[in-house]
Design a protein around this ligand. Structure first.
Ligand code: NAD
Length: 376
């Protein structure tokens, strides 16, 4: 299966290719860009698993290529890694007619995209996401950047890639916990996009070790197309692109209150989505009935989130902090029904607390019952 989706941004338009073929074929994308040289930067773990085959494929594009491998994780998403990449690119004589490839998960594409945006005031880049989070979210839309000690993703620029090439067999080597963190994000898209993706996603939640099956590929394509449409309308995130924050204000509060890394982002999103669903039910007429089916999928997925102790007060405090940074009253994305998100601000803080308490209660009772942390 191969699917092509366009991100439509005038002269900065680009394709997203979702490919389940026997071998990766990124050289076709590279040829279309016609760079002088190719500089590939790999997540070390991804290089160990898939580097050879990808480099063999790169050779087919005909351009001279060189590569750099870095141990990349969330802690490496910082200035000093960017410096290291810049040092390498400049020492190798990178020019503005070259192409930089980012091969790895969301950390890699955020980081390398940012390094590409800032070297020589912007060199073209291509994203080769290798995680589910990367394929449905991080690699799409041109938000690139790094963390600052004071705040996650606080330094960055919009710099769209030339293409996003998602080779789904890479997902076969991803560990189960990472896959399910991606499913958490997929469930977010299901709420935004509506019934058909909910049906697809609920099947995935049910199956253990889903690997890169056809169903998953289809769901990736629907989610990627949804994001591509929002980005095409609102590249700079001042309007409807904010729908993608469904469940995320809660999730960021959860992550911050626990300390980064205690839960994977997609896991925190799973709990955040539940709070957003409960809050929608409490504040929007008809939502309780309309969201019943979706709530069930969201609740079911909580069993995949490893158990951690969450203190509601601390989460709310972290959400307050987020609000101050945004410089306006807390803005939440809620759902009227599947496929009908709304942006709401000025919601009574008691209601927000109640929704979060209910979600945390549910998570306390059901978290960790299935998945990588349990052995059922
Ligand atoms: P990640 O990049 O840290 O990858 C997760 C782990 O999986 C890493 O240990 C990596 O080495 C390993 N890995 C990657 N691909 C693999 C494969 N095919 N087989 C085996 N192991 C593999 O995490 P992630 O979840 O992909 O991305 C999270 C990051 O994405 C966060 O930093 C977040 O801020 C960012 N993000 C950005 C956007 C955006 O719009 N720019 C959107 C969502 C998330």
């Amino acid at each position: 299966m191969s699917v092509r989706i366009e991100v439509d941004l005038g002269e900065r338009s680009y394709p997203i290719i979702i490919d389940g073929a026997k071998r990766p074929e990124v050289h076709r994308q590279i040829r279309a860009v016609r760079p002088d040289r190719v500089f590939a930067v790999f997540d070390a773990q991804v290089f160990a698993l898939h580097g050879r085959a990808l480099i063999d494929d790169l050779k087919k594009s005909g351009e001279p290529a060189c590569s750099l491998t870095l141990p990349i994780d969330e802690r490496a998403k910082n200035r000093s890694t960017v410096n290291e990449i810049h040092d390498w690119l400049l020492a190798e004589g990178v020019s503005r007619s070259d192409l930089i490839l980012a091969v790895g998960g969301g950390v890699t594409t955020d980081l390398i995209g940012y390094a590409a945006a800032t070297v020589l005031r912007g060199v073209s880049w291509g994203a080769i996401p290798t995680t589910l989070v990367g394929m449905i979210d991080a690699a799409i839309g041109g938000k690139t950047g790094i963390n600052h000690p004071l705040a996650k993703n606080a330094i960055g620029v919009f710099w769209q890639p030339q293409f996003v090439y998602s080779y789904t067999p890479y997902l076969n080597t991803l560990d189960e916990r990472q896959v399910y963190a991606g499913i958490g994000e997929l469930i977010k898209y299901a709420g935004l996009a509506g019934e058909s993706l909910i049906a697809m996603t609920s099947e995935l939640v049910d199956v253990a070790g889903i690997g890169s099956g056809r169903k998953l590929e289809k769901a990736i394509a629907v989610a990627a197309a949804y994001k591509a449409a929002l980005v095409s309308e609102d590249e700079r995130d001042v309007g409807i692109r904010q729908f993608l924050n469904l469940g995320h204000t809660f999730a960021h509060g959860l992550e911050q209150s626990l300390g980064y890394g205690k839960l994977l982002h997609g896991e925190a999103v799973s709990v955040g989505l539940l709070a957003a669903v409960y809050l929608s039910e409490m504040t929007i007429a008809g939502a309780r009935t309309n969201l019943a089916g979706y709530r069930q999928v969201v609740e079911e997925n909580i069993a995949r989130v490893p158990r951690r102790t969450i203190e509601v007060d601390r989460v709310l405090k972290a959400m307050e902090f987020d609000k101050k940074r945004a410089g306006r009253s807390i803005r939440l994305i809620l759902l009227k029904r599947p496929g009908r998100p709304v942006i709401r601000s000025g919601i009574d803080s008691q209601r927000i607390r109640q929704a979060l308490e209910r979600a945390v209660q549910f998570y306390r009772e059901n978290g960790g019952k299935r998945g990588a942390d349990s052995h059922h």
